[in-house]
Ligand binder design. Structure first.
Ligand SMILES: Nc1nc2c(ncn2[C@@H]2O[C@H](COP(=O)(O)OP(=O)(O)OP(=O)(O)O)[C@@H](O)[C@H]2O)c(=O)[nH]1
Ligand SMILES: [Mg+2]
Length: 355
């Protein structure tokens, strides 16, 4: 039996042939080694029939492995091995499967780059992780790794020197398909569990919707229970930027009306950066009226996902936004509703009246 080749130029593993043309069994660069069973026989003459049989089996398989140079070292794992879910964002198919299997609130989130879409999701996740999410507790999530990925940077900054950007610009591995974050929330008030799906989309998708009416990848919004229209609240405090901010928000409403066909989910107008300045009520009223002209019911839900203002808690308004979104869902159907018995009804249906 021979050991591995000692020639530094050996290419057998790559080419399956000896660089010097030697047959692998007789290659002089492969030192001869004593077989394990031969050594055993010399050292210890005690054998029994069964162990001999075993030794032969092992040795022959060892020989086979040694002669098939370049072969796989480990055997391939079985296909049906159990594995943990990837727990990254869910694709459209997985989101559909969840919505089909249990009542799920899908939130449609739109807004231009830097509006604060990701920041609001990070803020919600951090509030839940500290059990500071008013009225709700964390129940579960199928996308924990995705949440951890977008939350990472918000945990590392130093007090007194906040970073310019706490979250990074959202990019998707597949720019044609939305990725959804999932949360299951437990509402304390009525002890109910809610599944909620939240797409974290790049601002470019909303920009393309405004500029080119690029709707293909946003068609999933037709299944949304509510829409969050996120705007950078600072834009509406700067006179030069207000017209642009107003125009973009109006265009988004108009495009959504077109894209959603005859569906009209409630729109929450979500100005971010409330820690910097409050959103002007007049702008909110005008935008609500504009949305109303397309048949939408629009409500203002300002947030401060983070806060550089000592008078405002970070996460201000975020739990409220979730709560109002979940309240916008239709209530669960009554399990066994009382019905009025008519004179002509069958006896079984009408017995309550006659009793
Ligand atoms: N202080 C404060 N900072 C905020 C708030 N919202 C967003 N930010 C900051 O603004 C940055 C950009 O916000 P994002 O949430 O990443 O913006 P986005 O809408 O996801 O942008 P894209 O992913 O590029 O489309 C964040 O990293 C935060 O630093 C807020 O309410 N208050
Ligand atoms: Mg983002």
């Amino acid at each position: 039996m021979r050991d591995a080749c000692t020639n530094p130029n050996c290419t057998f593993n790559a080419t399956q042939s000896c660089v010097l043309g030697n047959p692998p069994e007789d290659c002089p660069y492969r030192p001869v080694v004593a077989r394990a069973d031969e050594e055993l026989e010399e050292d210890d003459q005690v054998t029994d029939v069964q162990s001999e049989g075993q030794d032969e089996d092992e040795t022959s398989s060892h020989d086979a492995a040694a002669t098939s140079l370049g072969g796989a070292v480990l055997t391939a794992p079985d296909d049906d091995l159990p594995f943990l879910p990837a727990s990254r964002t869910l694709g459209i198919e997985q989101a559909n499967a969840m919505m089909e299997s249990r009542p799920t609130c899908m939130v449609g989130i739109v807004g231009l780059a830097g509006a604060g879409k990701t920041a609001a999701l990070v803020s919600a996740y951090l509030l839940l992780s500290r059990d500071q999410f008013e009225g709700y507790s964390y129940g579960d999530s199928d996308t924990l790794r995705a949440f951890e990925e977008i939350t990472g940077a918000s945990r590392t900054w130093q007090k007194g020197s906040p970073p310019e950007q706490i979250t990074s610009h959202t990019t998707l591995s597949n720019d044609r398909e939305a990725g959804f974050l999932h949360l299951r929330l437990w509402r304390h008030a009525d002890d109910r569990l809610f599944d909620i799906l939240l797409p974290d989309l790049p601002g470019e998708w909303s920009k393309a919707l405004i500029e080119r009416n690029d709707t293909d990848r946003l068609l999933f919004l037709r299944s949304a229970s509510v829409i969050w229209l996120m705007v950078d609240g600072r834009q509406f405090a700067n006179d030069h930027k207000v017209p642009r901010g107003r125009f973009d928000a109006q265009m988004l409403i108009e495009r959504l009306a077109d894209l959603l066909l005859d569906r009209r989910p409630k729109i929450f107008l979500v100005p971010t950066w409330q820690d910097s300045q409050p959103f002007p009520q007049k702008e909110a009223d005008d935008l609500a009226a504009y949305a109303g002209s397309f048949g939408f019911e629009a409500e203002l839900a300002p947030v401060a996902s983070f806060s550089w203002n000592d008078d405002m808690e970070p996460g201000h308004g975020v739990a409220n936004l979730f709560n109002r979104s979940l309240c916008a869902l239709p209530p669960p159907p009554e399990f066994w509703p009382d019905t009025e018995a008519e004179a002509g009804d069958r006896r079984l249906q009408a017995f309550r009246r006659r009793a």
